[in-house]
Every structure is written in structure tokens, then in C-alpha cells.
Design a protein around this ligand. Structure first.
Ligand code: FAD
Length: 377
């Protein structure tokens, strides 16, 4: 589907405002790897939090497609900033899908307004991919649950007032719990220094006999896995949209450079077929990735099963981000390696997304499972 003129106008507005207002904070997010309340406020002002939600819960009656378009537009300036709404939107969507009306009424409007970051605590020291290896436990305790364990690499762990924590319940299933971060027994550790994308300060969380009231279990005690899978599918599409933003910025930088850089009086863009070949490949990969991201986002809007397309979008866009940023550095020669241009940052961000928010190998395995099921007779 082609974007409507309204969506294109909105995208261009977000892109311009992000460049103007978030641009000055890129180094805080990237080099200093600090959470920036200023960037959070800017992203909130761009209304990304409310975009994919109905007005009944305080949203803007937009669409997930519009959200991914806006996410790409912000990522063109800063991938870290584009990640800011992610876990909060993911948790709000999970509550709308699996929560009780009382939970929706209590928690969702504040998330849709973007009042404060909400954390999504799945990953543990032993795994960031496999729910069967989760070791955090939730055992019934009076009128609620008692949580014990450790989470790792949790974005906004230190800023969030609320988190969704995934834990094993008796019988071996996974439950999803809304946990207030001021609950006794909740503690966070020091954020990791990262190759890129440290603006969410991903940190460990320690859960030591954390009591969670019974009405803060999302869905049934064995529904956490489905909630996690659906939430992660949205997360993958968001991450893929960020990858497209990274790739698009790399193209813009490389094309601008190639037109200005001359070789014996002629721009390298018009003179060298090798440079044109690189630019052509970069554009083709990015267009393909964007089309797949929009397709997957539209499936979300229609309420369809999106597991295959989300994983495929994640594979294609992740590869595009890494390959396109690498090619852009090639186009720009030595300048591409300096910090005069943003390409070395974009390159680090491209690599980041081959690992985090869904390792590429597992995404390929998910797509393959669908192919095999299609052909298994
Ligand atoms: C900046 C940052 C922010 C993050 N934020 C969050 C957050 O907010 N919440 C959260 O829960 N997590 C978060 N994470 C964790 C992140 O999502 C995981 O690190 C990521 O999913 C990879 O998990 P892992 O490190 O355990 O790798 P593993 O799952 O251990 O994978 C290691 C390697 O083993 C291979 N492998 C593993 N399983 C399979 C399989 N089934 N098939 C084939 N190959 C396989 C893959 O090749 C992979 O490269 C964050 C991470 C970072 C770096």
C-alpha cells in the first residue's frame, strides 16, 4: 500500500521536528549513553505514544502503520530516540490485548500519554530469546504473587515507575506481571556500556521477594507467553522501522557526499559507476525493507497474525541497516570513518539491530517454520 498524502505530510513534519529538536541530543544518547528526559519530552510532544491507540484510552485513533512511519522519521535523526516509545507502547498494547478492563483503565492512559517510561522485563542472564529458559519465578502468596530472580539488559529499568515482568509460574508456564518499581525488593544495577543504543540505559533488575497484588497479573497465570510473543512481534516491526530510518539516513549522507566530492572536476556520483552501483544497491535494499515494514504494520492494524511478516521484516531491515551503512562508508571514503559524518554511528546502530530485539538467527527460524508448515502437506 502507498502512504496517503496525509501520512506523508505527517512523516515529513516528524522528520523535520526530530532533526531540529532531537538532533542536539544525539551525542548525549550515543556517546554519553544517558537517558535524556529532554528527548523523552520531545518524543512525547511528537505524539508517538498515543498514535496507535484508540481515543477511548486517550489515544489519537491513529494506526500502527502511522506509528512505524513516525518511528522511521525519528530514527533518521536518532535511533535511540526512536526507541524511546517502544516498551511503553508495547506494554500498553499488551494490556489492551490481555488485560482486564480495570487494568486498562488504571494503567493504559498514563502510558498512552507518555507520562514516564515503562519497562518490558523479559531478558535474563541465561536468555534473551527463549521463554523456556526463564528462571525468574512467581509463586502464589496470599492475595497475590511473590517474584524472585534477575533480569538483564532492561531498557529504562532505572527510569520506569512500572514494568511488565515475565516469570515462571507453578507448573512451568510463563506469567506476565505489572510491577511497580517502588515495591520493596525491587532493585536495579549499573547500565551496561554498549556499542550503540545506550540511551535507554539497559540495566539489570534484581527481584528479591517482590510482592505483586493479584490484580496485577496480566491475563491468566499461563498467558504470559502469548502476551510476550504478541508484544515482541510489535517490537520487531518497530525495530525494523528504526533500521529503515538508519539506512535512509546513510543513503542521504552518502548521496550528498558523492555529489559534492569531485574527481578531476566531476562529482564521484556522476563519474563512477561503482559509486552508482553502491547507491543503487543501498536504495533497493532500503525500499524493500520499508515495504515489508509497512506491510507488517498494516497486518497489525487489521488484527491479523503477523509472526511471519514481523520476523521477515526484522531480518530484511536488520540486514539492510548493516549493509547500507557499510556501503555508505565506502562511498564517503575516509570521511565516512570520521565523526564529521554520522556514518560510523549509523554503522554501529546497524550492527546492534542484528542482535538486540530479536536475534537474526531466530527470526529466520520463525520464517522457516511458516514455510515448512505451508509445504508439509
Ligand atoms: C540496548 C539493549 C536494550 C535491551 N532492552 C531490553 C528490554 O527492554 N527488555 C528485554 O527483555 N530485553 C532487552 N534487551 C535484551 C535483548 O533483547 C536480547 O539481548 C536479545 O534478544 C538477544 O538475547 P541474548 O543476548 O540472550 O542472546 P541469545 O538468545 O543467548 O543468543 C545468542 C546467540 O545464540 C544463537 N541462538 C540462540 N537461540 C537460538 C535459536 N533458538 N536458534 C538459532 N540460534 C539461536 C543466536 O545466534 C544468537 O546470536 C536489550 C538488549 C540491549 C543490548
Amino acid at each position: 500500500m502507498l502512504l496517503t498524502p496525509e501520512l506523508i505530510e505527517y512523516r515529513d513534519t516528524v522528520r523535520a521536528r526530530a532533526a531540529e529538536r532531537i538532533g542536539p541530543f544525539v551525542d548525549v544518547l550515543d556517546r554519553e549513553q544517558r537517558f535524556s528526559p529532554e528527548v523523552w519530552a520531545e518524543v512525547r510532544d511528537l505524539e508517538l505514544f498515543g498514535l496507535p491507540f484508540p481515543s477511548a484510552v486517550g489515544g489519537l485513533d491513529g494506526s500502527f502503520l502511522a506509528f512505524t512511519v513516525a518511528t522511521e522519521a525519528v530514527a533518521r535523526t536518532s535511533a535511540s530516540a526512536a526507541l524511546y516509545p517502544g516498551t511503553t507502547v508495547q506494554v500498553a498494547a499488551t494490556l489492551l490485548r490481555h488485560g482486564t478492563p480495570a487494568q486498562v483503565e488504571r494503567w493504559v492512559p498514563t502510558m498512552v500519554r507518555g507520562d514516564a517510561p515503562v519497562a518490558w522485563a523479559f531478558t535474563e542472564p541465561q536468555t534473551g530469546s527463549d521463554p523456556k529458559q526463564l528462571q525468574t519465578t512467581a509463586v502464589p502468596d496470599g492475595d497475590g504473587w511473590r517474584l524472585n530472580g534477575q533480569k538483564l539488559f532492561i531498557s529504562y529499568a532505572r527510569q520506569a515507575q512500572v514494568a511488565v515482568v515475565f516469570a515462571r509460574t507453578p507448573g512451568g508456564s510463563v506469567g506476565a506481571f505489572i510491577v511497580r518499581t517502588d515495591t520493596p525488593g525491587w532493585a536495579t544495577g549499573t547500565p551496561f556500556e554498549l556499542l550503540a543504543m545506550g540511551g535507554g540505559e539497559p540495566a539489570p533488575i534484581y527481584l528479591d521477594d517482590v510482592h505483586v497484588p493479584g490484580d496485577q497479573l496480566i491475563g491468566a497465570a499461563d498467558e504470559g507467553f502469548q502476551a510476550m510473543i504478541a508484544g515482541e512481534a510489535q517490537g520487531k516491526i518497530r525495530a525494523a522501522a528504526i533500521c529503515v530510518g538508519i539506512a535512509q539516513r546513510a543513503i542521504d549522507e552518502a548521496a550528498t557526499y558523492a555529489l559534492q566530492r569531485t574527481h578531476r572536476g566531476q562529482s564521484i556520483a556522476t563519474k563512477f559507476p561503482t559509486i552508482q552501483g553502491l547507491l543503487g544497491e543501498m536504495e533497493a535494499s532500503t525500499l524493500a525493507a520499508r515495504a515489508l515494514v509497512h506491510h507488517a504494520a498494516e497486518l497489525i492494524d487489521r488484527g491479523g497474525d503477523v509472526a511471519r511478516e514481523a520476523a521477515a521484516a526484522r531480518v530484511v531491515a536488520g540486514r539492510a541497516a548493516r549493509e547500507v551503512t557499510s556501503a555508505a562508508m565506502q562511498v564517503c571514503g575516509a570521511y565516512g570513518l570520521t565523526r564529521e559524518l554520522p556514518l560510523e554511528r549509523l554503522y554501529r546502530e546497524g550492527k546492534f539491530f542484528e542482535v538486540a530485539q530479536g536475534v537474526a538467527e531466530i527470526q529466520r527460524a520463525i520464517v522457516a517454520r511458516h514455510v515448512i508448515a505451508d509445504h508439509a502437506g
